[in-house]
Design a protein around this ligand. Structure first.
Ligand code: F6R
Length: 608
C-alpha cells in the first residue's frame, strides 16, 4: 500500500531524513517512489520505479535539497508502475502525493481537461493536482479545503507549493495520516514507524481534517476552515523496536516475539486480587453481556482466521452463537444485525478498507461494535464503540504472525469475560483457565525451539509444488493460516482443509509429490485425525505431523514430525501455529523469496 512522508524544518536539509522515513514504510509494499523538495533553487522532484535504493542512486547523482519536502512510495492502482505514474505529481508550481482512490477521477479529469488541463499520467492522483491548481488563488490551504469537497473516495494527501516554501498541506478521508511534532520541525507520515527516528510526539489526523504544517506550528481545521483540536500522543515504541533486533528478517523476529505478545495482551487485564477480567475499552456491563443474542465477527485474511478460532472459544465459553464473515462478503449483503448483536471487527492495522466498511455497516444496523486491533490511533479504533488493543507492537513483516497471536489472546480473554458474565464459567474454572493462559508463553518458547527442525523439513518442502494442510475443530483455522503463510511468502500453492473433508475430494490430489501437513495434537478428535494421517500415507503422501509430546504412535505414521508441548485443547491453536509459521518462513528463505515483502502483497490494504 502507498506510503506518505513529509517534513518542514526551520534548520534546513530534510531530504536524507525523508528517504530514511520512506524506508521505514517499505513494509507496506510498493513499486515506485519519489520525493519533491523546495530549496533555494525552487521546486525539484525525483521519482524512480523499483526499490528505494533506485531513488537513492538518482539522488546521489542529482541531489535534491530543501527544508520542506514530501515523499511517497506507490503501490499501483490506477496505471502501471512507471516513472510517469509515480508520485509526487506536479502541475505548475504545485506537487501532490496521495494514498487511496479518488472514485470520481474520470469525471474530474474530463471537467479539468475541458478547462485546459493537460494530464501526464494515468493516475487518479493527478486530478487532485489539477483541481487544487484550478482553485488556487494564492492560498494553498484554502485551495485544498475547496478541493477536498469535490473529491469522492478515500485519500491521504500532502501538497507543496513553490510560492509557500515552508508549508505542507495535508488532508485525510478514510486513509491514515499522522503528524510528528518536533522543535522547529513537523513531519507527516501515513504510519508511525516512519517518524520514530525523529519524534515520538504524534497527532493522529481524523477523517475530514485539513492540516497546515509549518516548522513552528500545525493548524488543523475541517474543510470549512473551522479549527479542530487534536491531541498530541506520546508513542512508547522505540525506533529500535521497529527494527530487526539481530534477526535476518522482521518476520522471524516477530515469530520469536510471540511469547511476549501473549504476556503483553494479558498485562493489566486480570485483576490481581479478585482474578476478574478487566477489559479496558470494552465497557459493556454484565447485564448487557447477558442480553447479547449473537456475535458476528468480520475480518480479512489472517485476522479472519483468528476470528474462526474466536468462534470456537466464544461459543464454547460463553454459549453464544457466533458467525464469522469475510468483511469483503458481508458488506454486499444485508447482515440482519440488531441492537442485541455484537459485531466484532478484527484488524491488525485497523485500516483495512473492507473490514472498516463492514464495521460501519454493523454500526448503521444498530449493532454494538467492538474492534480488536493493534493500532491505537487507527481509523477503526476511532469508528467502533469499543476497542480492545492487542499490544503486539509494530508488525513490519507483511505476513502477519505476532498480531495473529495478539488477536487470539484477546479473543480468549473476551470469551472468558463473556463466559463469566453469562454464568457459564464458575469462579474456579475461570481461575484455572486464566492460569493456563498466563503460563502459555512458556509453551510458546518451547514451540519456538522447533526452528531448526522446521528448517530441516523446509529443505524438502521447498521443492514441492503444492501442499495440503489438514486440521479439525479449533485447529482447522490453523490449517488455513498455515497454508496462507506458506503461499504468501514461498509462493507454493497450499490449501487448508478440515481433515474430515479430505475424503470428499482433495484425497484425489494425494500422491508422493504432495506433502500433507497434519495438525494432529492431542484433542477430542485425535483418533479421527490419526485415521486421516493413515489414509494420506496409504496414498504415498509425505505426512508432516504437528504432534504433542509423547505421541509415539503418530510419530511412526508420519514422514516427519514437529513435536509441540501439551496444552489444553483451547490453547492448542496458539502453540500449533508456531511450527507452521517457522515452516513457511524457512521454506521461503530456502527458495530465496523476499520474506518481509512478498510480491504483490501490501501490509495495509486500504482499498476494497
Ligand atoms: C496475511 C496478512 C493478511 C492480513 C489482512 C487483514 O499474513 O497479513 O491476510 O491479515 O490483509 O489485515 P488487517 O488485519 O490489518 O485488517
Amino acid at each position: 500500500m502507498c506510503g506518505i512522508v513529509g517534513c518542514t524544518s526551520r534548520t534546513g536539509e530534510v531530504v536524507p531524513g525523508l528517504v530514511e522515513s520512506l524506508k521505514r514504510l517499505e513494509y507496506r509494499g510498493y513499486d515506485s517512489s519519489g520525493i519533491a523538495a523546495i530549496g533555494e533553487r525552487g521546486l525539484g522532484i525525483v521519482r524512480r520505479v523499483g526499490k528505494i535504493r533506485e531513488l537513492e542512486s538518482e539522488l546521489a547523482v542529482a541531489p535534491l535539497t530543501g527544508s520542506t519536502a514530501i515523499g511517497h512510495t506507490r503501490w499501483a492502482t490506477h496505471g502501471s508502475p512507471t516513472e510517469a505514474n509515480a508520485h509526487p505529481h506536479r502541475v505548475g508550481k504545485l506537487v501532490v502525493v496521495h494514498n487511496g482512490i479518488i472514485e470520481n477521477y474520470l469525471e474530474l479529469r474530463e471537467e479539468l481537461t475541458q478547462r485546459g488541463a493537460r494530464f501526464q499520467s494515468e493516475t487518479d492522483t493527478e486530478v487532485v493536482a489539477h483541481l487544487v491548481q484550478a482553485l488556487w488563488q494564492g492560498d494553498l490551504v484554502a485551495a485544498v479545503r475547496s478541493a477536498v469537497k469535490r473529491l469522492h473516495g478515500s485519500f491521504a494527501l500532502a501538497l507543496l507549493h513553490e510560492d509557500a516554501p515552508d508549508l505542507i498541506v495535508a488532508a485525510r478521508r478514510d486513509s491514515p495520516l499522522v503528524i510528528g511534532v518536533g522543535e522547529g520541525a513537523h513531519w507527516l507520515a501515513s504510519d508511525v514507524p516512519a517518524l520514530l527516528p525523529w519524534t515520538r510526539r504524534i497527532i493522529y489526523l481524523e477523517d475530514g481534517d485539513v492540516a497546515a504544517l509549518r516548522p513552528e506550528r500545525v493548524d488543523v481545521t475541517d474543510a470549512e476552515g473551522v479549527a479542530r483540536a487534536r491531541a498530541v500522543a506520546e508513542i512508547t515504541w522505540s525506533a529500535e523496536m521497529a527494527e530487526k533486533a539481530g534477526f535476518p528478517h522482521f518476520m522471524l523476529k516477530e515469530i520469536h516475539e510471540q511469547p511476549a505478545t501473549v504476556s503483553n495482551a494479558l498485562l493489566g487485564r486480570i485483576a490481581e486480587n479478585s482474578g476478574a477480567i478487566v477489559l479496558d475499552g470494552f465497557a459493556l456491563s454484565d447485564a448487557e453481556l447477558r442480553s447479547l443474542r449473537r456475535i458476528c465477527i468480520v475480518a480479512c485474511g489472517t485476522s479472519w482466521h483468528a476470528g474462526q478460532v474466536g468462534r470456537f472459544l466464544l461459543e464454547e465459553d460463553a454459549g453464544i452463537p457466533v458467525e464469522v464473515d469475510y468483511a469483503s462478503e458481508m458488506i454486499h449483503r444485508e447482515p440482519l444485525l440488531a441492537k442485541d448483536d455484537l459485531l466484532i471487527a478484527i484488524s491488525q492495522s485497523g485500516e483495512t478498507a473492507d473490514t472498516r466498511a463492514a464495521l460501519k455497516k454493523g454500526r448503521e444496523a444498530g449493532a454494538r461494535t467492538l474492534v480488536i486491533t493493534n493500532v491505537a490511533g487507527s481509523s477503526m479504533a476511532r469508528d467502533a464503540a469499543h476497542v480492545l488493543l492487542t499490544y503486539a507492537g509494530p508488525e513490519i513483516g507483511v505476513a502477519s504472525t505476532k498480531a495473529f497471536m495478539g488477536q487470539l489472546t484477546v479473543l480468549a480473554l473476551l470469551a472468558l469475560r463473556l463466559g463469566a458474565a453469562r454464568g457459564r464459567l464458575d469462579q474456579k474454572t475461570l481461575a484455572r483457565r486464566l492460569h493456563e493462559l498466563k503460563t502459555l508463553p512458556h509453551a510458546l518458547e518451547q514451540a519456538l525451539a522447533l526452528s531448526d527442525a522446521a528448517k530441516d523439513i523446509a529443505g524438502e518442502l521447498a521443492a514441492a509444488r503444492d501442499a495440503l494442510y489438514l486440521g479439525r475443530g479449533l485447529n482447522y483455522p490453523i490449517a488455513l493460516e498455515g497454508a496462507l503463510k506458506l503461499k504468501e511468502i514461498s509462493y507454493i500453492h497450499a490449501e487448508g482443509y478440515p481433515a474430515g473433508e479430505m475424503k470428499h475430494g482433495p484425497i484425489a490430489l494425494i500422491d508422493p509429490s504432495m506433502p500433507v501437513i497434519a495438525i494432529a495434537t492431542e484433542s477430542v478428535t485425535s483418533a479421527l485425525m490419526s485415521g486421516n494421517v493413515e489414509e494420506a500415507r496409504a496414498r504415498g503422501a509425505r505426512v508432516i505431523g504437528i504432534v504433542s509430546t509423547g505421541e509415539e504412535r503418530l510419530m511412526k505414521s508420519c514422514w516427519r514430525t514437529l513435536v509441540v508441548p501439551r496444552v489444553p485443547e483451547a490453547l492448542s491453536p496458539f502453540v500449533n501455529i508456531i511450527p507452521l509459521q517457522l515452516l513457511a518462513y524457512w521454506t521461503a528463505v530456502i527458495r530465496g523469496s523476499d520474506v518481509d515483502q512478498p510480491r504483490n502483497l501490501a501490509k495495509t490494504v486500504t482499498v476494497q
